[in-house]
Design a protein around this ligand. Structure first.
Ligand code: ZN
Ligand code: ZN
Length: 645
């Protein structure tokens, strides 16, 4: 029978033989051997047997080591090597599943106790031995009964469960040496092809993610075709670790989350609080300038409010449970929207008043399972930089353009100039008429196009009440973070029956836009910390300048300099301790203070200052007034904006 391979030609294959049999022939044509193939969306490896009469137009697409998809073959194989190593060292361990991932692979393994660092080292050593042995992989298709007998014999209870759920009558197994695993593949030819591998960590993971099931140990690893690629990946991991906002948050004394206070509940420490308040003040100022009105609303409300708003129908599992007081039931707010409806409803509204824009730094509480909480990025209490805009249908597009303008302004001010934008359209379950959805989707599209912004469409991913735009910002490491969201809503105005009087004196329903620019202050601060590795732009740095004296003789001069800087409104700290200058510099450096002013006898007698920047640049003989005029410019929120353009 004939097998076609794209770009390589046609080959003859005896029925019942594997693609491996073609290797000598392909080697004659192609300098490089593919790692495997793809047919439609299925990966096919060299171990694949063609039994059936295959159709004439079957054409395999070869995948070469340099193709991104080759990593799937590699990492599948790597996870089998990992499982084999564990079984050799810990024969009583039972295997769960071991898939490749975007970043590497893992294997979930049951064992009587957690694997520790020491185990991990041993396992990695064994992994490398198995690679060195260069064991060939073999694929076989067997009946489910046969497979069950095989894995029962091996004591692999989890595999039995998996076999039971497989739809086909036959399953495929892969073996290498005396190790065998249930797997669809694809894999490489032999273990020796795994050129660069590293085991990274162990974490607990419930079997199939269900807390009622036994806890397995998930061993994470990564693998590449070359040592260089592995090194580049590990260096990046190191960089990510260094920037981890939980670690920096502690070191820089920005925030804390305490077990005794409650998971996912953030305490802002003085340095984090000043940073947050600078951002909040700036946020309020800009919103007032752009025609928003500031409001404040309570953190709890009567449960009935959440019935009217629909949250109890659509959002209950994310809400904290009810509490009863004086025979009335209250619930913590998961969103600010219903409150803003009441602000709107204080008066009879006319078409002339629109658009009406209410903004609030509103603290909301949402139940997130403890397993998914993560520093400032996933929390249970957070402050959204929220706003609700009420407008007429004919104003929707213009309002959306204004919101987009504002989003981009804010992100740029904080140094983010690259984004990915997603437009989520009508889902299967929706409220409102299809016509109004089309109108809203078109308004969102036109607004994006008007701004010249590229976007992707996420079909059917809109919220039930309206379409939305999500913005993911790119950080210095090229990671994307979901922060901003703009949503059009036809539902809440309906539910609360809010109206305005039109030009013809009849009642109309306004459209509501929900939007958050930064997302939440918690999340945004987390992203900021990681993006800047804690070395914040001057205007938001909790401590902007640290004044260091060289000897005790310079303390008076130092105090005078501090006084002048404080009077100018800068956040200054003094380090006049009787310590070596190098030590004081090291401390200030660790705190990532943008500028250090160093004062010794020479500076004092010449009435100048020496400045050392966070990057280690030194400027001597500077007049204090000159330094102040320079940092006054840097202290402008728009400083980065100008730097970027
Ligand atoms: Zn596999
Ligand atoms: Zn809202």
């Amino acid at each position: 029978m004939k097998i076609k391979i794209k770009d390589l030609g046609e080959f003859q294959l005896k029925p019942g033989s594997t693609l491996k049999d073609l290797i000598p022939e392909i080697k004659k044509i192609s300098k490089e051997l593919p790692v495997g193939f793809k047919y439609n969306d299925t990966y096919i490896d060299w171990h694949y047997t063609f039994n059936e009469n295959i159709s004439d137009n079957l054409e395999l697409e070869p995948i070469f080591p340099s193709d991104k998809e080759a990593l799937v073959f590699l990492r599948h194989t790597a996870s089998h090597v990992l499982a084999q190593a564990v079984k050799e060292l810990f024969p009583e361990a039972k295997l769960g599943i071991g898939p490749p991932t975007e970043e590497g692979f893992y294997y979930d393994i049951y064992y009587e106790r957690p694997f520790n660092e020491e185990d991990l080292k041993k396992i990695e050593k064994k992994v490398k031995e198995i690679i060195k042995k260069n064991l060939s992989l073999e694929r076989r298709e067997i009946s489910k009964e046969e497979a069950k007998a095989l894995f029962k014999n091996l004591g692999e209870d989890f595999k039995l469960e998996l076999i039971d759920e497989m739809p086909d009558s036959k399953v495929s197994i892969y073996s290498q040496g005396n190790f065998v695993d249930l797997c669809k593949g694809p894999h490489l030819l032999s273990t020796g092809e795994v050129k660069a591998i590293k085991l990274l960590s162990v974490a607990g993971a419930y079997w199939r993610g269900d807390e009622k099931n036994p806890m397995l140990w998930r061993i994470y690893g990564t693998a590449f075709f070359s040592k260089e690629e592995l090194k580049a990946y590990l260096d990046r991991l190191e960089e990510i670790k260094k920037r981890d906002h939980r670690k920096l948050g502690k070191e820089l004394e920005l925030f804390t989350i305490e077990e005794d206070i409650g998971p996912g509940l953030v305490i802002w420490l003085p340095k984090g609080a000043i940073l947050r308040s600078i951002i909040e003040n700036f946020w309020k100022e800009v919103h007032l300038q752009r025609g928003y009105q500031l409001v404040y609303t309570p953190h709890i409300a009567l449960r009935d409010l959440w019935k009217v708003s629909g949250h109890l129908d659509f959002y209950a599992e994310n809400m904290f449970p009810p509490m009863e007081l004086e025979n009335r039931v209250y619930q913590l707010k998961p969103m600010n929207c219903p409150f803003h409806i009441y602000v709107y409803n204080q008066k009879r509204r006319s078409y002339r008043e629109f658009p009406i824009r209410y903004c609030e730094l509103g603290t909301v509480y949402r139940f997130e399972r403890s397993g998914v909480l993560h520093g400032l990025l996933r929390v249970r209490g957070f402050t959204q930089d929220d706003a609700h805009i009420f407008c007429r249908e004919d104003q929707l597009e213009e309002e959306l353009i204004k919101v987009l303008d504002l989003v981009i302004y804010f992100l740029k001010v904080f140094g983010f100039s690259e984004y990915k934008i997603f437009l989520s359209t009508r889902p299967e379950k929706f409220v409102g008429s299809p016509e109004i959805w089309d109108k809203a989707e078109n308004a969102l599209k036109k607004a994006l196009e008007d701004k010249g912004l590229e976007y992707e469409i996420d079909p059917g991913e809109g919220v039930f009440y309206g379409p939305k735009i999500d913005l993911k910002i790119k950080d210095v490491l090229g990671r994307f973070w979901q922060c901003s969201t703009i949503q059009v809503d036809f539902n809440i105005p309906e539910r609360f029956d809010i109206v305005y009087i039109g030009e013809d004196n009849r009642f109309y329903r306004p459209i509501m836009i929900h939007r958050a620019l930064l997302g939440s202050l918690e999340r945004f601060l987390g992203v900021l910390i990681e993006n800047y590795a804690g070395a914040f732009p001057f205007w938001i740095a909790p401590v902007q300048i640290k004044v260091l004296t060289i000897t005790d003789r310079n303390v008076n001069y130092g105090e005078n300099v501090v006084k002048i800087l404080k009077k100018e409104g800068f956040r200054v700290e003094a380090d006049f301790r009787n310590e070596k200058l190098n030590y004081k510099i090291r401390m200030a450096q660790k705190e990532k203070v943008p500028y250090m002013i160093i004062l010794g006898d020479k500076e004092e007698s010449d009435q100048v200052i020496s400045v050392r920047t966070r990057k280690g640049e030194i400027i001597n003989n500077l007049k204090l007034e000159d330094f102040i005029s320079k940092i006054k410019i840097e202290n402008q929120p728009e400083y980065l904006l100008n730097e970027l353009s």
